[in-house]
Design a binder for this molecule. Structure first.
Ligand code: ATP
Ligand code: MG
Length: 393
């Protein structure tokens, strides 16, 4: 078997100076959890500048390796991955392993450059020797052209202590920060297109997410809950395990419908949702609430309405999509794999509850007066009593 090492790059973390250690530690902790099914095949090695290694320590089936790469590509904090071949430290071994490595990519390039470095200086050849010898071997074997300024492919060769690593093509990761390094947040997750994207973006800035979904079962179908579970499952690709709170709001909707101005229904419901979100945040020691609001996307998402909705909420409300176009949000939803689930037809808690002419510029004082007509305390306590939790992994 040819030995292999996965080189994990983390540019943004690299910029963190003294705090770098904390970020890398969290990233490795997250990866160990996500890669647990493959733990017998891999070993983590401490960091080398802007990267660290995952060594493949025994013969691994190709599809397992492929699976590991897929997980790495979807792990916040990783900017890129190289699959490096490992060779000995004689010039002959390096040349032969380089040719073997290049063989896999020969269709993909015409010009190339060899970038060689000796970390182990005790070998009896120089970096220039490696460049020259490997370069001419590749030229002769594959009829490829050397181009040191704008090569199609850069072949990196690093002679370390007892072995050499050889790598070329970077597999892009999603970047961002490791989940957990920014603290915890509660994501208000509907079955729609937007909130899953908002949740992903929050994770990718280092927030550890707990999801909260409000439903109107039995008025809405139980499938609406299954749909949200599927969305959460898709998001576990990025974070690993996610806790999902399911909160019934039918009684709250009834109370709102009976006691308040119908034009403000959605705003009042959203405010109660945020208040419940805040209770969950307290329980989870989370400091922020995440929503999928996007300014002006629908008539209800105006500054006035957002302001009237968030009245009385002490947690930070993060709206990652606030300034993003729908087009961009949809593109992102496709990339993270939630779009296809989100567009499945379903009846959500709010669509049945939407008044004919919803308020688009809610007056804060009037909204507060309407809100005061609700028995907030009882409604929230009752909903929390009925709340269920599921762990999705
Ligand atoms: P989405 O596509 O996320 O459903 P939307 O564009 O439909 O968003 P709204 O219906 O106005 O927008 O909801 C705004 C935000 O309120 C959502 O992005 C979500 O964060 C939260 N929200 C709405 N309905 C629910 C729900 N049933 N459970 C949890 N959060 C919800
Ligand atoms: Mg929605």
């Amino acid at each position: 078997m040819t030995r292999q090492i996965l080189i994990i790059n983390f540019e943004e973390i690299y910029l963190k100076g003294k705090n770098q250690k904390i970020f890398i530690k969290q990233l490795i902790r997250n990866l160990k959890r996500k890669l647990k099914p493959f733990s017998e095949f891999i070993k983590f090695e401490k960091s080398h500048g802007g990267s660290f290694f995952i060594e493949i320590i025994k013969e691994i089936p190709r599809d397992f390796l492929y699976h590991i790469i897929e997980i790495l590509k979807k792990t916040p904090g990783i900017t890129g991955i190289y699959i490096a071949d490992v060779a000995g430290i004689t010039l002959e071994e390096i040349i032969s392993a380089s040719l073997q490595h290049i063989k896999n990519y020969q269709e993909e390039f015409d010009s190339f450059a060899v970038i060689a470095k000796r970390i182990n200086k005790s070998v009896d050849f120089s970096s220039l020797d490696i460049g020259r010898e490997v370069g001419s071997a590749i030229h002769d074997t594959f009829q490829k052209r050397v181009d040191l300024t704008h090569p199609d492919l850069k072949l990196y060769i690093k002679v370390r202590g007892k072995y050499t690593i050889i790598y070329s093509k970077i597999i892009p990761g999603i970047g961002g920060l490791p989940v957990g390094t920014s603290g915890k947040a509660i994501a208000m997750l509907s079955g729609g297109i937007d909130s899953p994207v908002a949740t992903f973006m929050a994770m990718n800035r280092g927030l550890h997410i707990t999801a909260a979904h409000f439903h109107s079962v039995p008025k809405t179908s139980p499938e609406s809950i299954e749909k949200v579970k599927k969305i959460v499952k898709q998001l576990t690709d990025f974070q690993g395990e996610i806790k999902l709170y399911l909160i019934p709001v039918l009684k709250i909707q009834q109370a709102i419908a009976q006691n308040t101005d119908s034009r403000l229904r959605l705003i009042l419901l959203r405010r109660i949702m945020l208040k419940i979100g805040e209770r969950i945040a307290a329980e989870q020691k989370a400091k922020a609430l995440i929503t999928g609001d996007s300014l002006g996307q629908v008539a209800s998402q105006t500054l006035e309405n957002m302001r009237a909705t968030e009245e009385g909420i002490k947690n930070i409300i993060i709206r990652p999509l606030v300034a993003l176009d729908k087009k961009f949000i949809i593109k992102k939803a496709r990339e993270i794999g939630t779009y296809e689930i989100s567009i499945l037809p379903h009846d959500d808690a709010c669509s049945l509850f939407t008044p004919k002419s919803p308020e688009t510029k809610a007056d804060l004082k009037y909204t507060n007066e309407q809100y005061a007509k609700l028995n907030e305390y009882n409604l929230i306590e009752d909903a929390l009593q009925q709340m269920e939790t599921v762990i999705i992994s």
